[in-house]
Design a protein around this ligand. Structure first.
Ligand code: NAD
Ligand code: MG
Length: 389
């Protein structure tokens, strides 16, 4: 943090998304603690302009270069610098004008800006789990080399992170990642075969972006989170248990070597883990709704139905085999989910596309960053061909 200023200067990559907008709510409620330095969006120029006019950042980046003129003109009367394009997104991440990056871009597109921030020595509050799924070994190694903290924003990983505060070097026996089960909990294949985009986007407990909502419905989200947990907390596969907990009150748990278990709880509200990551190591006051245990009927737990929701098995296999397989899994999943969202394939076909792509792309045990990029490209083109995109 800048020693001359008590205000933490935040760069939000993906500010127009669900996480980005909630982060701006947190910042708005805490004007003496945070300021906004950088805002970025892919194509939603209107919202980016509104956000820039409200928060007066140092700079904004719009991914879609065709929108540059619109953003530039709308911000002409301000001091806000405007950039456009993928290259600019990566370069801006390395500029020494902020104290913490909130990595809230969705998907593989978040990897390069996040890695650039880490290389530039910037602490990262990480929502973009795909960054760790694609190249977790390289990202975490680079963070260690640059002594950069990676603070999780994903609610499960924030929960584990919070449980570990004060535990110094006490080894973890295992973590229990809780999952709501998504909108199709308890459903079987004969139901899922007819499921459409609008069903999948109706999550019972969380209001999130389209891609993660579909990932939650297929349970791929939990698979990606197992891989994310491996890299964040240095865990083996046998130390990660997934449990369905439909009420989403316990956000995850850590079991220690003495058998003691710590859980982090609260109402499902992403502003809480976002605020925790922005303010870390401090906790700051909030007026978010409080959990009243007298009003909770029950807290229930069950094993996930891996026979119906096969994505969880595919992600487990990718985590077990390692190498470029999680990267391939992620790329195929992104292609398949966007095809599903455009009604090009059915819900169950998402899994078929991922499975076949994982079989097809050649396995690399210890890829370089360049090889991760290549594996991502290879997997995308194979998956897209299969769907005939
Ligand atoms: P979203 O779709 O609502 O927003 C995505 C943001 O990324 C937008 O600002 C968009 O402009 C930007 N973006 C998309 N594609 C881009 C590209 N190619 N280049 C540059 N920018 C691009 O997504 P979200 O729900 O806010 O999720 C963001 C990330 O946080 C995801 O990785 C998700 O898994 C993770 N996450 C989200 C939640 C949640 O509650 N929404 C919870 C936990 C983790
Ligand atoms: Mg999560």
């Amino acid at each position: 943090m800048n020693p001359t200023s008590p205000i933490k200067r935040i760069a939000i990559f993906g500010s127009t998304g669900s996480i980005g907008q909630q982060a701006l709510e947190v910042i708005l409620a805490n004007p003496t603690k945070f300021s906004v330095e950088i805002l970025t969006a892919n194509s939603n120029d209107e919202l980016l302009i509104q956000q820039a006019l409200k928060f007066n950042p140092n700079m904004v980046v719009i991914g879609d270069e065709n929108k540059y003129t619109a953003v530039k003109e709308a911000l002409a009367g301000t001091d806000v610098k405007v950039f456009a394009g993928e290259q600019a997104l990566e370069e801006v991440a390395a500029i020494d004008c902020y104290d913490l990056m909130l990595a809230a871009i969705v998907g593989y597109a978040g990897l390069k800006p996040t890695l650039n921030a880490i290389k530039a020595g910037k602490p990262v509050a990480l929502a973009n789990k795909e960054t760790l799924v694609v190249a977790g070994d390289i990202v975490m190694r680079t963070a260690v080399e640059n002594r950069v903290p990676v603070i999780p924003v994903d609610s499960e990983h924030s929960a584990i992170f919070q449980c570990l505060v004060g535990e110094m070097r006490n080894p973890i026996e295992k973590v229990i990642l809780t999952a709501s089960g998504g909108p199709f909990l308890g459903k079987k294949t004969n139901f899922l075969v007819n499921v459409k985009r609008e069903h999948a986007l109706q999550h019972p407990n969380w209001n999130m972006g389209a891609k993660i909502s579909v990932d939650s419905a297929t349970l791929m989200n939990k698979g990606l989170e197992m891989i994310e947990a491996k890299w964040l907390f240095n865990l083996r596969l046998d130390q990660i248990q997934v449990l369905i907990h439909p009420q989403s009150i316990i956000h995850s748990m850590v079991q220690f070597q003495d058998g003691s278990i710590k859980a982090q709880m609260g109402l499902p509200d992403m502003r809480l883990p976002i605020q925790y990551a922005l303010a870390f190591p401090k906790r700051i006051p909030s007026d978010f709704p409080r959990c009243d245990f007298r009003r909770l009927q029950t807290l229930t737990f069950e094993d996930p139905d891996v026979r119906t929701f096969r994505n969880l098995g595919l992600a487990t296999e990718a985590l077990h085999k390692g190498g470029n397989l999680p990267c391939v899994l992620n790329a195929a999943n992104e292609i398949a989910v966007y095809a599903f969202l455009r009604n090009r394939i059915g819900f169950l076909e998402i899994t078929d596309v991922i499975e076949k792509t994982m079989e097809k792309v050649s396995f690399l045990q210890q890829p370089t960053l360049e090889q991760y990029f290549e594996s991502d490209g290879e997997a995308r083109s194979y998956a897209a061909d299969m769907i005939q995109l």
